[in-house]
Ligand binder design. Sequence first.
Ligand SMILES: [Zn+2]
Length: 288
Amino acid sequence: MADTELRLMAVHAHCDDETITMGGTLATYADRGVKTCVVCCTDGKLATIVDPNMPEETTRPRLAEIREAELREACRILEVDEVEFLRYGDSGMAGTPTNFLLDAFWMAPIDEAVGKIVAQIRRFRPHVVVTYDGNGGYGHPDHIQTHRATLLAVEAARLVPMYKDAGEPWRVEKLYYTAFPRSQFERMVEMAQEAGIDPPFGEANADEMAFLTPDEDVTTTIDCVGVIGRKRDALRAHRSQISEDWPQLSMPDDVLKQFADEYFQLVISRRPAALPETDLFAGITPQG
Ligand SMILES: [Zn+2]
């Protein structure tokens, strides 16, 4: 049978990263009939628990399990077709001793992690893969490791001699990094100041924000206004991690609409790309 379907794979470090960075994009492409898959590399068991109804003593021992259920619920809301867990241990924030725990993703041999993602790519056969930039968005070791392993896996997946036991070779057509344009952040701060409310992310200015992407690196904008309600619901599904003061939950609706779009940086394209673009699949046609 002809393979006429388009497929999008997102590789993330922790449960919630998929919704925060690209929840609107996942919902938008699901609505367009694109098949979607979220791969989550770690169990996220070291994260801060923000929900006051989840006491540390009883929640912490079950946090990995709770976060897995939260991710499944968020993906149900976003209509993601497949959710896969690589089940590495959370490495904790950069510079903490937990980076060196035996099960930490940060400690995992890179070729093993690459092999697991190669197997996911060859199984799901995505045309487009999304992950983080080399700073992992904000310098978290699990995000950096996710970036490294995914970048290498996209290249290895198409090569016959590599990871021979991980399935038939598959060539990913485009690889993107998630992006948060600096100008968007500056606009958010400006609007908060004008409205007399606390700026998002506290008092820090753009120069201190390692997760911001220089505007000139942003290649792709996805219009997510139509699915912003579902993104909000998916954010709320991550209740151990995200509270009601999260910027996209606490903004008034009319302001939120101006910050609904999601941004990406095209890094690998096997087709000539006309940039900037408004579609991750621009230039790609499924095999007829
Ligand atoms: Zn994360």
